[in-house]
Design a protein around this ligand. Sequence first.
Ligand SMILES: [Fe+2]
Length: 262
Amino acid sequence: MANNKTIDQFSNTGITKFSVNKVILDEINDRVITLIQRKKKLLTSKNKISLENFHNSVAVKNLNEIRMYLYAQLNKQDWILDKMFELFNSQIKLILGDELAVQKKVNLSIQLPNDNSSILPMHSDFFSGESIYQLNLWLPLVSVNKTSSMFYFLPKDSIKMINEIKKNSISDLNVIFKKNYKKIKWLNLKKGEGAVFSPNLLHGNVLNKEKNTRFSLNLRVKNLYSPYNHIYGNEKKLGSFYRPYNLKAMTIFNINNSFSFD
Ligand SMILES: [Fe+2]
């Protein structure tokens, strides 16, 4: 259960891990495996599907087609969105409150060992117009460790590095990353754990050098009334990027009845 520890930890570090409901996690795992089995033609092995060992069942060239299929099927009728909300409900309530703006679809990421096609270089989400009040929900479907997981930098280090990025051109990101590599933190999670983090923290992933494939889900959520991003001009808005979620009667009343002077 989320509690004061969650609040303290998040307030100080912008990140917190927790155990998720195993029944719901198993439901998600089963659904993913069932869906993969429907795409037998794209698989290289007839063995039982294991997400950890998925690299033994698929060729890299077919990976994106499978990923897109899973993404579309899991998001049908908001099935996966509802599951994510069940799993992250306590953390969302403590960190963001009730009325929310939510990214339209839940993202799925698959990182096969040594596959360099899905590397996400270091960034903060607000670089691309997302709100600094956004919370990212992160759920691995397998245990993740070091390079099969994601990296992040603590708030102080992130701010220092972002200031450096501002001074230099964006092409120097990799140089700044390498220079600060010693301060890197890995989001190591066992299967059955999830995490929430502020994507203001510099984060990303590197080439998966571990033995296992990573399957993970992520979703961006913010409080409906927290500021949107006006910093970089490419603001991601309610309606196009986020959609309202869990609106209360007062908000609905004012949507339905225009009392404004202008
Ligand atoms: Fe990100």
